[in-house]
Structure formats: structure tokens, C-alpha cells
Design a protein around this ligand. Structure first.
Ligand SMILES: Cc1cc2nc3c(=O)[nH]c(=O)nc-3n(C[C@H](O)[C@H](O)[C@H](O)COP(=O)(O)OP(=O)(O)OC[C@H]3O[C@@H](n4cnc5c(N)ncnc54)[C@H](O)[C@@H]3O)c2cc1C
Length: 392
């Protein structure tokens, strides 16, 4: 006879594993949890292919709160996620984010800064000359403004965070099941009764969490639901440069490229000129993107990078929420025991701690207590109330 579970989580990436960890760590939870993950190597999972940066500089209080909760958690990972014999070291570094703006962008930067300050984020607005003084390697003559977050912003080892959540969750009794979910057995229209796997296994479940990352739309369809999450390919390029760039923060350029140091190397990426189709889960690297778009923009902004050497590249998938590019977290209004934890659209690594904490409380109490998840509810889609987050 198949075991039955209080909660079955579909997808064992950083989000599913954070939910599993938080639920199993909670003193009020005594149930049985399974995480179904089809690829325990996580080769194509977003959590393996992420650049894993965290910032506080969002435009909406909802996302700022998620970041504030999460950075506090990330700082405490060694203490919270260590398992006997295994340190939980995620290599968190906090050199800050520097977001660059053209002269036209000054009013928008000032408005976002006011929101951030009201939420306790003390990002500094910098004039071009001040940016040049701090970073003599930066070209500023076409800039109007920069926004620099001096604390709680930086990057970490994303796969290490995923493994730390997973290891700790297992140590707390969560079962990881290697298998592919192929169907959801419905009890009438309004509840999921069991999760069905490709090998014929049937996992009866009290509640089910859709944390399938870029595949969350597919899992939604198994319950007859339209979950507007699709894969959005993003390429990452690693390069070396004879010209060293000391003390660089994470940079968002006006052209759209992102850049940050990685050890003694550098990594970068950008928004591609053409996006992949919504059913294309391919991971081929677009090398022309680096040669034609990123490198010229990088060499313009940081002239020392004219002689850089690209070393390697990879592609990964954002779990892109077509509606408003923000996470969907909460119970589905039509299938009362199906929780969505997906659509993070490029923010899932940084917001995994807050999402996991809040989702586990929704399961326990039907309300999130650690962090306000109400703005991320699925209901905002039917109500046509997008989260007005600024998308870089
Ligand atoms: C290039 C790149 C850069 C990024 N940079 C950042 C960043 O700087 N900061 C940040 O916060 N975020 C960033 N992100 C986004 C972040 O990585 C994701 O939001 C996050 O990893 C999503 O985690 P997840 O657990 O939802 O998805 P995943 O890690 O993809 O996990 C979902 C899992 O579900 C499994 N699955 C799917 N379907 C099934 C099924 N039917 N049966 C069983 N298992 C299934 C998959 O195998 C997968 O392991 C980036 C992403 C990419 C690709």
C-alpha cells in the first residue's frame, strides 16, 4: 500500500525545499511531508543555474519585505541549516547593488528611493561624479543617477542554499521521492486527492504544493488550471579580464546588462533581444548575445573590459509569471488544497526563505505570519491587480 502524506510538494528546487524545511522545522507541525523531484541532480533546475543575487532595492513594499526577511535568514544559514557533520556555508557576500540610470530616469529613481526609505531600506542616490569617485573604472558621462544599496545586498552560492534546505529538511523527517509527477487525481473539482507519478505510484495527499519552477504551468494544467508561469531563458557568461575591477558591487546597467565579480572572475548577462517560446525549455546558450550585445555595452561602461576573455557560459530558465513578473504564493481559489509557490521570475533564489516561511504558515494556519504574502495571492490575477514592481 502507498504511504499517504499530509503535504506533497511537487518540485524539490530551492522553493520546494524551503517550504519543506520550514514546515518540518515548525513546532506546530507534526505531519508527514514528501517532496517529489524528478531530477535529484538538478541539472536543468533554475536553482542550479541561477546567479543567486539578493537586493533590497525593489519598487514595491511587498517585495522589499520579502527581501528583508530573506537576508536575515541567509545571514543565519550556518546556524539554522547546519546538520551534524555538514556545515551550511552559502558564501554570502554583501558588496551591494549599484543600479545605474540615465538623466531621464531621475524622477523614477527618486520615487523608488522614497518607497524604499519608507520601508527601512537606506539606498543612496548618487550623482555621476560621486559614482566616478567611488569607482574610477566606471564610465559615467551618459549617466544621470545611480542607486546604491550599501547593505543586505549581494550574492551567494545558490545550489549550496538548495542543498542546505534539502539536507536539513531530510534530517527533520521530510521524504524526498525521486519521480516525475504526471497527474493530479482530483476529488470532485475542488480538491486534489493524490499525486500520480510516472512509475505508477500514487501519493495520497492532504495538501499539495506546486513548486515546479519553470514547469509550474504544466503542473497547474494537471489540475485543469491556468497558472501563467512559463520558462524564460536567460544566459550567463563568465569572463576574465587583465584589467582588475576592485571592490565592484552588483551592477545593473542602463543598457540592461548585469555584472558582478565571481571569485577572481566576473559574470554577466542581459535581457535578450528575442525571447524563447513559452513551451521551449531548451538550454542552448546564445553566444551572439555576448559578442553583439553584452561585450560592447560592458566595454562602454567599464572601458577596462575591452580586453576581456569569455571563458564559459550557461543558460537557465526563469520561472516567468506572464501576468506581472512577481511570485504567486497561496492557495488556489478553485482547488482549495493546492498551494502555488511559483512564478518568482528571477527573484526565487533571494526570496526562497520568506516564501518557505510564509507558505508553511499558510499550510498550518491559513495565514502567513512571518511575512505578508497577501499581495502574492493568485486572486490578484482574476482581479487584474498586478504588483507594480519595476522590472530591470
Ligand atoms: C540565469 C538565472 C539567473 C538568476 N538569477 C537570480 C538572482 O540573481 N537572484 C534570484 O533571487 N533569483 C535568480 N534567478 C531565479 C531563481 O534561480 C529561481 O527563481 C529559483 O531558482 C526558482 O526555484 P524553484 O525551486 O521554483 O525552481 P527550480 O529550481 O527549477 O525547481 C523546480 C523543480 O521542479 C522539478 N519538477 C518540475 N516538474 C516536475 C514534475 N512534473 N515532477 C517532478 N519534479 C518536477 C524540476 O526538476 C526542478 O528541480 C535566476 C534564474 C536564472 C535561470
Amino acid at each position: 500500500m502507498q504511504p499517504s502524506y499530509d503535504v506533497v510538494i511537487i518540485g524539490g528546487g530551492v522553493i520546494g525545499s524551503s517550504v519543506a524545511y520550514h514546515l518540518s522545522a515548525h513546532p506546530d507541525f507534526t505531519g508527514r511531508v514528501a517532496v517529489v523531484e524528478r531530477d535529484p541532480t538538478y541539472a536543468a533546475s533554475s536553482s542550479s543555474l541561477s546567479t543567486s543575487a539578493i537586493r533590497q532595492q525593489f519598487a514595491t513594499p511587498a517585495n522589499i519585505r520579502m527581501s528583508a526577511y530573506s537576508i536575515d535568514f541567509l545571514r543565519r544559514v550556518p546556524e539554522l541549516l547546519g546538520v551534524e557533520g555538514h556545515d551550511a556555508d552559502i558564501g554570502l557576500r554583501e558588496p551591494g547593488y549599484l543600479i545605474l540610470g540615465t538623466p531621464d530616469a531621475i524622477p523614477a529613481f527618486e520615487a523608488r528611493n522614497a518607497t524604499q526609505r519608507a520601508c527601512g531600506v537606506h539606498a543612496e542616490l548618487l550623482a555621476p561624479a560621486e559614482m566616478r569617485r567611488r569607482h574610477p573604472w566606471l564610465r559615467v558621462d551618459d549617466l544621470g543617477i545611480g542607486s546604491y544599496g550599501p547593505e543586505k545586498e549581494g550574492w551567494f552560492d545558490g545550489p549550496a542554499l538548495l542543498q542546505a534546505f534539502r539536507r536539513k529538511a531530510r534530517a527533520q523527517g521530510v521524504e524526498y521521492v525521486a519521480g516525475t509527477v504526471t497527474g493530479l487525481e482530483m476529488v470532485g473539482a475542488g480538491r486534489v486527492g493524490a499525486v500520480l507519478l510516472a512509475d505508477g505510484a500514487r501519493l495520497p495527499a492532504g495538501a499539495v504544493v506546486n513548486a515546479a519552477g519553470p514547469w509550474s504551468g504544466q503542473v497547474g494544467r494537471m489540475a485543469g488550471l491556468d497558472v501563467p508561469v512559463v520558462p524564460l531563458k536567460r544566459c550567463v557568461f563568465v569572463f576574465d579580464s587583465p584589467e582588475r575591477i576592485p571592490h565592484a558591487p552588483f551592477i545593473f546597467d542602463t543598457s540592461g546588462f548585469i555584472f558582478r565579480p565571481e571569485g577572481h572572475l566576473y559574470i554577466c548577462g542581459t535581457t535578450p533581444t528575442a525571447e524563447n517560446a513559452h513551451d521551449d525549455f531548451g538550454l542552448e546558450v546564445d553566444h551572439a548575445l555576448f559578442d553583439d550585445t553584452i561585450w560592447p555595452a560592458l566595454a562602454h561602461r567599464i572601458p577596462g573590459f575591452e580586453r576581456l576573455r569569455m571563458l564559459r557560459a550557461w543558460a537557465g530558465l526563469y520561472e516567468h509569471n506572464l501576468f506581472d513578473h512577481s511570485a504567486i504564493i497561496g492557495w488556489h481559489p478553485d482547488v482549495g488544497n493546492l498551494m502555488l509557490a511559483c512564478g518568482f521570475s528571477g527573484h526565487g533564489m533571494m526570496h526562497a526563505p520568506a516564501a518557505g516561511a510564509g507558505a508553511s504558515e499558510l499550510i498550518l494556519y491559513r495565514e502567513a505570519r512571518s511575512v505578508d504574502l497577501a499581495p502574492f495571492a493568485f486572486e490578484r490575477i482574476a482581479a487584474n491587480q498586478p504588483i507594480p514592481e519595476h522590472v530591470y
